[in-house]
Design a protein around this ligand. Structure first.
Ligand code: FES
Length: 82
């Protein structure tokens, strides 16, 4: 039986581990954002306030997607707000 390693796509939060960074500018990991959502932060603005994520300005330089992390945060809100 062949083993296929999970391939991480940094623009698809379902492929990321809890310890993987979502916001590279502010070094906020997936678990921190998921916990904030579970605690009621169900909008991008509330996630910013609760975690500091998505408040940086070096996205093109630090984020592997070469853009802001808002798309991934919004993915997590959709997935975790059920
Ligand atoms: S990667 Fe989150 S603000 Fe830049």
């Amino acid at each position: 039986m062949k083993f296929f390693a999970k391939i991480k796509k940094f623009d698809d939060v379902t492929t990321l581990d809890d310890s993987d960074l979502i916001c590279y500018c502010c070094e906020v990991d997936k678990l921190t954002i998921v916990k904030a959502i579970k605690d009621g932060a169900n909008t991008l603005a509330l996630i910013k306030d609760a975690t500091g994520a998505c408040t940086g300005s070096r996205c093109k330089e630090l984020n592997p997607n070469k853009r802001c992390c808002s798309k991934e945060i919004n993915q997590l809100i959709k997935l975790e707000s059920v």
